[in-house]
Ligand binder design. Sequence first.
Ligand SMILES: *[C@@H]1O[C@H](CO)[C@@H](O)[C@H](O)[C@H]1NC(C)=O
Ligand SMILES: *[C@@H]1O[C@H](CO)[C@@H](O)[C@H](O)[C@H]1NC(C)=O
Ligand SMILES: *[C@@H]1O[C@H](CO)[C@@H](O)[C@H](O)[C@H]1NC(C)=O
Length: 366
Amino acid sequence: MELLAVVCLCLLTWSGTTFAAGNGPDVIKMVVKEGDDAILPCSLSTRENIVQELFDWKRDGQKEVFMYDDGDQYNNGRTGQDEQFRGRVSHFPDQLQFGDASIVIRNTKVTDSGNYTCDFPRLQPIRRGLIELVVGASPKPSIITLNQTKDWALLQCEVQGASPKPQLQWQDSGGNMVPAKDPQVTDRGGSYDIILQTTVTKTDHYRCVATQEEINHQVHAETFVHLNGAAPEPSVTILEQTNDGVLLQCVVKGASPKPQLQWQDSGGNMVPAKDPQVTDRGGSYDIILQTTVTKTDHYRCVATQEEINHQVYAETLVNVTAPETPTGWIVGPVLGAFLVVVGAVVLLVLVKKGRIKLISEKGRLE
Ligand SMILES: *[C@@H]1O[C@H](CO)[C@@H](O)[C@H](O)[C@H]1NC(C)=O
Ligand SMILES: *[C@@H]1O[C@H](CO)[C@@H](O)[C@H](O)[C@H]1NC(C)=O
Ligand SMILES: *[C@@H]1O[C@H](CO)[C@@H](O)[C@H](O)[C@H]1NC(C)=O
């Protein structure tokens, strides 16, 4: 998001007699980025020639910013200009004839922020233009890890030279606020250094967000924290053995970031599984993945956490034993074998009864 530079080209409307009645002139609000030039507008609505007039720009009612008096001004020898503005302010000479007393402040600094007035002391009634200038500086926060163990990490976010004063906040990858210590704020005359520390206990992406509401600006820095023990090994159990196969279950608890689970056979081929059951415990995941296998093999449950380039697995041996009751596919062969035996017995009986003749003509046995 860019800083919004408001350039108001409209003419100031002067209140004339109503000014005395208490209605002050409208305030024009401007926001510029530090280092940019700021044009402060001020024109008479009558557009009368002011080449031979006097106009005076002040900041916060006291600092002399710019004065023009019938050709005399600070850039051509006139004295009295505030040190802060020396050599950085000029007017638009060829616009004076149209009643335009606008000025430009070059290379703005955060300390230029303030309320500027443009006065024409010799004109009746008294006329005044009012401009609120905010010079914003929005440096990107920087993040360092101060200390880390296997269970937690102490993160520090720092912003230097920001103006207006930003709000700092730590957020997790879900955009949720992460509780932090009290910020340490140093005010260097309207420009702020801020430090915000937090201790995190989960593997995640963390963001430090600096928000400057007055100028509608937000900037952030991000870091990834990987804490050990966040990728526990899967555990594998054989739930039940039925005629359809063996039901296997793989469970991973408290994993972060969220892993992908997969069943594989001993050849490394993926084994189709049911939909995983996932429980999110605030960024830490419990996952259950079941599959039914029908062949004797070694089966592996593999948990992969791509973000942290981490993979673990657990393995089990499945012994698919022969079922007790014959199922469809073996009824045929068993029946066939039975008929062959019966046939052989009948043949044997016939041979013993001397009907050998029939054997040579077994094609016509019946
Ligand atoms: C301008 O004046 C108003 C009223 O006094 C004040 O609240 C505001 O902070 C001033 N603006 C700047 C940029 O100093
Ligand atoms: C980090 O924490 C450990 C244990 O609390 C402590 O002994 C060590 O001094 C800390 N280191 C830093 C740089 O803070
Ligand atoms: C499967 O089980 C049977 C009976 O318990 C056993 O004899 C056989 O060795 C087992 N096979 C494997 C591969 O373990």
